[in-house]
Write a protein that binds this ligand. Structure first.
Ligand SMILES: NC(=O)c1ccc[n+]([C@@H]2O[C@H](COP(=O)([O-])OP(=O)(O)OC[C@H]3O[C@@H](n4cnc5c(N)ncnc54)[C@H](O)[C@@H]3O)[C@@H](O)[C@H]2O)c1
Length: 438
């Protein structure tokens, strides 16, 4: 484990290293369109805007290189603008090959002066080449959505680990990977579990994933949800958002779970709860959102109704067992309509897979609404400021400091013109004492 002194030395050496080539995007001529979308999202991200203005004044990230592996969308672009305003030199790549908005990537390069390496539909080799390019810039702060950049840092770029002040992690799956590294003694850098902040998962995972997942399914298929049977696998923060939005559209929702407490919550919310083997026979639409693998697998496909729709909103494309599905398939008909592949099973049934089983809300729609990303990315930006502030954080998975959470929530409430009560001195005393009873 690097000492604080050696980490500080490595961090200060960063400024003399030269930067690599500064972009790889699909088409720079899309930049003006991308800029319009970034500015549209900006209007709906008032908290991040306030932070950008503060950052422009105070320059808390002055002189630092920041490597961000995030979904390259118009909301992310506004986070990157804030980080740049704070004085960072920003290098960005995609955290998913299918979520990149090419016009936004072009605008980042042409209008924002941000080095962006992301092309919608890039193959695996290009995806990892782009991650390597970002690490070749020797970032001293990194940001991940799924921990791919940090994983690469711990495998191919170990010599650079001591240069990293801290890394921020945006999603549940990434935090699970990082905590596993910490438990194994493999973690070499301080990381901040941004996903675990209340200002992140209570809003982004629940309301953001809930709305955008249903929007993606409707956009891709045009189906009527009213009266249909929607099976939601996983009743975590994302799952409860998806289930409530599907229910709100008139669907009959079935939840599958492995955690008895979560299952009980789903049951008391009024959903049917049952094992996937039973749900497989009933569902018209399936949505996995567990962070787990093979949630829908070879035991389930042949039980499904002809024409059932399969989608995944969990981070990796492992939740629907595609290898098992292919084994049962006679023929795959690609893109019967955009983003929908038809799997013709040997049994004679047809199943429709959305967005190749990758995050459906980003492959078949444009991800979360900007208003919700405003909070997640405000938390990210303030964590970057926190990381840069001391530069000597302990190597472990840190929780987001409470002050940051309160700052984000207060700014968001103020942007919504919502005022709340505050505790009187007497109430504060009452709430922190034990002597008073009935
Ligand atoms: N689509 C998006 O934009 C988006 C946004 C945020 C998070 N995510 C991803 O969504 C996934 C879920 O995130 P979360 O915050 O809801 O996590 P969570 O930990 O709160 O919930 C996951 C739930 O899935 C359940 N589960 C695990 N294995 C299961 C199985 N085999 N069958 C049924 N249920 C199972 C767990 O018991 C848990 O209740 C993660 O991969 C996360 O990274 C996606």
């Amino acid at each position: 484990m690097a000492t604080i002194k050696s980490r500080r030395k490595a961090v200060s050496a960063l400024r003399v290293k030269s930067a690599p080539r500064n972009y790889d995007v699909a088409d720079l001529s899309l930049a003006d369109q991308g800029r319009r979308r970034i500015l549209w999202a900006d209007q709906q991200m008032p908290v991040l805007r306030v932070i950008r203005e503060q950052f422009a004044r105070d320059k808390p990230l002055r002189g630092l290189r920041l490597g961000a592996c995030l979904h390259i969308t118009c909301e992310t672009a506004n986070l990157l603008r804030a980080l740049k305003a704070g004085g960072a030199q920003v290098f960005a790549c995609a955290s998913n090959p299918l979520s990149t908005q090419d016009d936004v990537a072009a605008a980042l390069v042409k209008h924002e002066g941000i080095s962006c390496f992301a092309i919608h539909g890039e193959d695996r080799d290009t995806y990892y080449k782009h991650l390597r390019t970002v690490l070749d810039s020797h970032p001293s702060i990194t940001m991940d959505d799924g921990a791919d950049l940090v994983s690469l840092l711990h495998t191919e770029y170990t010599a650079q680990a001591s240069e990293v002040i801290a890394s921020m992690e945006e999603t549940t799956t990434g935090v699970i990977r990082l905590r596993a590294m910490e438990n194994d003694g493999a973690l070499k850098i301080p990381v901040v579990a941004v996903n675990d902040a209340e200002t992140k998962h209570l809003f982004d995972n629940r309301y953001g994933t809930g709305q955008s997942t249903m929007e993606a399914i409707m956009r891709a298929t045009g189906i009527l949800l009213g009266g249909s049977v929607v099976v939601v696998a996983g009743y975590g923060w994302c799952g409860r958002g998806v289930a409530s939005r599907a229910h709100g559209m008139g669907a009959n929702v079935i939840v599958t779970e492995v955690d008895p407490i979560r299952a009980l919550q789903a049951a008391m919310e009024g959903y049917q709860v049952m094992p996937m083997k039973q749900a497989a026979k009933l569902g018209d639409v399936f949505i996995t959102v567990t962070g787990d693998k093979q949630v829908i697998n070879g035991d389930h496909f042949d039980l499904m109704k002809d024409g059932a729709i399969l989608s995944n909103s969990g981070h990796f494309d492992v939740e629907i067992d595609l290898a098992a599905l292919r084994k049962l398939t006679r023929r795959i008909e690609r893109e019967v309509v955009p983003n929908v592949d038809a799997y013709h099973l040997r049994s004679g049934k047809k199943l429709y897979l959305l967005g190749q089983g990758r995050l459906v809300n980003l492959t078949c729609a444009e991800g979360h609404p900007a208003q919700v990303m405003d909070m997640s990315f405000a938390t990210q930006a303030l964590c970057a400021r926190w990381a840069a502030g001391s530069r000597t954080h302990q190597v472990k998975v840190h929780n987001v400091p409470r002050e940051i959470e309160e700052e984000v929530a207060t700014l968001k409430l103020s942007s919504m013109a919502i005022k709340i009560d505050s505790l009187s001195a007497e109430q504060k005393h009452y709430l922190t004492s034990w002597q008073t009873g009935t």
